[in-house]
Design a protein around this ligand. Structure first.
Ligand SMILES: [Zn+2]
Length: 264
């Protein structure tokens, strides 16, 4: 039995991608659980910011922390709202400087279709695995989050910034050639971003361990139910895929305290 606060799965870019649930005193290597039954039983909450046993509101935070913690400022989801480069505080300027004023990339990834996104340079592989990308390529690298956000906004005319998770999990994936799409994206960015182009970046590929393909999905969560269980048949993105076509997004269930049991 494993017990602890649920946080997003840690991943290793191997072939296939390997996933780990990292608890304080224990590691659960999830690829080894594929083919077995796994059960999550909710025993409480632990907000990822204040660590109190308060109902989770969103993203692993209680309601107060979601609206007040520097970790969940609006610039997290909308990088173009970043203001640390102007020395303007949103919620905590020292935290915002630390996170925003470092190298970021703008990338294309193939999840369901081709999407555009932003992440810190030192986080890109993790980001791509978390979204279930099968291919990804860097477009530009810039010195702060704001510039990356501006470039992303410019590309949203041509590229989605969302993953269709149902298509991603049913492997109903567009055939588009990511190298061609990169050329289109670089042209769209234009001379304004010329100094930041990563022309030599290679396409990274990701392979996920899925024993059986499913053609429809239904989402299950600890918000709706105290127990989530099923026979695990694969893992992709932050999703555990069960043989009855239900899927469990580990990241969306962050902050729940759980007991986990595994059986044949
Ligand atoms: Zn809290």
């Amino acid at each position: 039995m494993f017990s602890g606060v649920l946080k997003k799965m840690t991943s290793i870019h191997d072939d296939p991608v390997r996933y780990i649930l990292d608890f304080d005193n224990d590691l659960l290597f999830l690829n080894q659980v594929i083919g077995k039954k796994i059960k999550f039983h909710k025993t409480g909450y632990c907000c990822l910011s204040c660590f109190e046993n308060l109902q989770i509101f969103a993203n692993g935070f209680c309601k107060k922390c979601f609206f007040e913690s520097p970790l969940s400022g609006e610039w997290v989801m909308k990088p173009e709202l970043s203001k640390a480069h102007l020395k303007i505080e949103d919620r905590d300027i020292s935290y915002e400087k630390k996170v925003q004023l470092q190298n970021h990339i703008v990338y294309l990834s193939k999840t369901s279709g081709i999407k555009v996104g932003v992440t810190r340079s030192n986080n890109m592989t993790t980001r791509w695995i978390d979204q279930g990308a099968i291919e990804a390529v860097v477009l530009i690298e810039v010195p702060n989050r704001y510039l990356a956000g501006i470039a992303e906004v410019k590309l949203k005319d041509k590229f989605s910034d969302k993953t269709n998770w149902r298509k991603m999990l049913t492997s109903n994936i567009d055939e588009a050639d990511i190298k061609n799409e990169k050329k289109i994206a670089i042209d769209s960015l234009g001379s304004e971003f010329q100094d930041y182009f990563k022309n030599d970046s290679k396409v990274l590929k990701f392979n996920y361990q899925i024993d059986k393909l499913i053609d429809s999905v239904k989402s299950i969560s600890l918000k709706k139910s105290d127990d989530v269980e099923g026979k695990l048949i694969g893992i992709k993105g932050q999703y555990l895929i069960f043989d009855d076509s239900s899927v469990f997004n580990v990241r969306s269930n962050e902050g729940y305290v759980v007991d986990i049991s595994i059986s044949d």
